[in-house]
Write a protein that binds this ligand. Sequence first.
Ligand code: NAI
Length: 481
Amino acid sequence: MVNGWPDPHQLWDGVAARLADRFRIVRYDNRGVGKSSVPKQISSYSVAGLADDLGAVIAAVDPDGPVHLLGHGWGSVAVWDYLTRPGSNARVASFTSVSPVDRLLRMRHRCPLRIHRALAKSVPGPGRRVDVPVQLIVAANDPSVRRRGFDDLRRRVPRLWRRDIRAGEQSPTSHPQVVAAAVGELADFLDGRPPARSLLRSQVGRERPDFGDTLVSVTGAGSGIGRATALAFARAGAELVVSDIDEVTVAETAAQIVESGGVAHPYVLDVSDAAAVERFAVEVCATHGVPDIVVNNAGIGQAGEFLTTPADQWDRVLDINFGGVVNGCRAFGKRLVERGTGGHIVNVASMASYAPSKSLNAYCTSKAAVYMFSDCLRAELDSAGVGLTTICPGVIDTNIVAATRFDLLGRTDESLQRRREQLQRLFRYRRYGPDKVAKAILAAVKTNKATRPVAPEAYLLYGTSRIAPQVLRSTARWDLV
Ligand code: NAI
């Protein structure tokens, strides 16, 4: 582990702790730091000098085989220099560069300290080809990182991986789990094990469909929007974890994905059961990895005014439509943040989130809660590089009306059945299928959109709710069911 100047070797404490079981770890202080000697002459501080020190350390510890190198800051520049020296590649199994060399090149003319300036002046040119497998960990919040600076690196480094993370300059201390996982995954692969999904995703130059090398979890995937979304992600190359309260329909979704050449793992899950969702997250993450994209879609319809809806039914709608989203975000949100490499959450709300109706009290309330919850959570997750999209579909032809419970006073079973059939016809004649919502979800994830109404009526009501909310307060009095 080669730290930058003037960082002490303790920079790697968190990374070393995570790798100690598996690797023999060697760290040292650079010249002028810690217990190492302190040359007086500024000219002693050069990249070539640091690379000499690295060569001397490798020779002194006399490793049995090639070493996996980690470099940060000037340490990373020194490793690059070392790798361009004859014979060095044979001694190195891999190089993980945690600080972009480009940043340091840019500092060449504006380093404030004398030693930094001396080091910057001594940065060698690009040098010859490096055959060692190299992975870059690029910190997006490091103000001096020019992220495009690596675009032509592949010509010189044919075996190249790159991970962009939402971190600052001191990523070995702020994101030790990311650095350690990256080293472990690359070492596993070089040892002949199948590559981890995240390693494949970071491989530079690998051809992949839009969501290739990505794990996606979709709840309520046995029907309608959930099923269409799972199928669309699978067509775009993703591996799917599909769950639903209905074992039969979710198995059908998984079978459809597999039949068309995809990979899907079906699970039975009631999203309103917080403990079950946590158990599900533990199992999914242990078996398949942390899902990169989490779609909290499961939901139910319910029609009725507040005073005609029994309290337990009102609570049930909130428990599934809102509680289900909360449970999903808690279980997977924390794991995405802990993983440290970003991801995306999609919460399926509805145009009902911003369009009140006296006839859909519990449903509108649950969806408005999803909307506000998502706005708050998006702001919280942003610093971890986890995006969040709220989807607000309009009238979509799915099973939702068939599954909707009606809590209306004074209606006979026949009249309720007639009303249900009328609504089903309306949804069918609307001719707006769940595949269009799925398409919108994939596009919104790709562009990290915050909210996405789907269907013209959803846009219309969205605009009205912003410009003339009193109009919607008036129409809320209409009998919709
Ligand atoms: P759907 O009824 O076709 O599918 C919903 C799926 O969720 C079903 O497979 C059902 O078994 C599952 N589910 C129900 N309760 C569950 C629970 N407790 N745990 C796990 N799974 C459960 O309905 P649709 O239309 O596909 O609904 C999906 C989401 O889209 C819902 O959140 C709904 O509120 C929302 N939405 C639907 C609109 C529409 O017009 N269809 C409009 C706006 C939003």
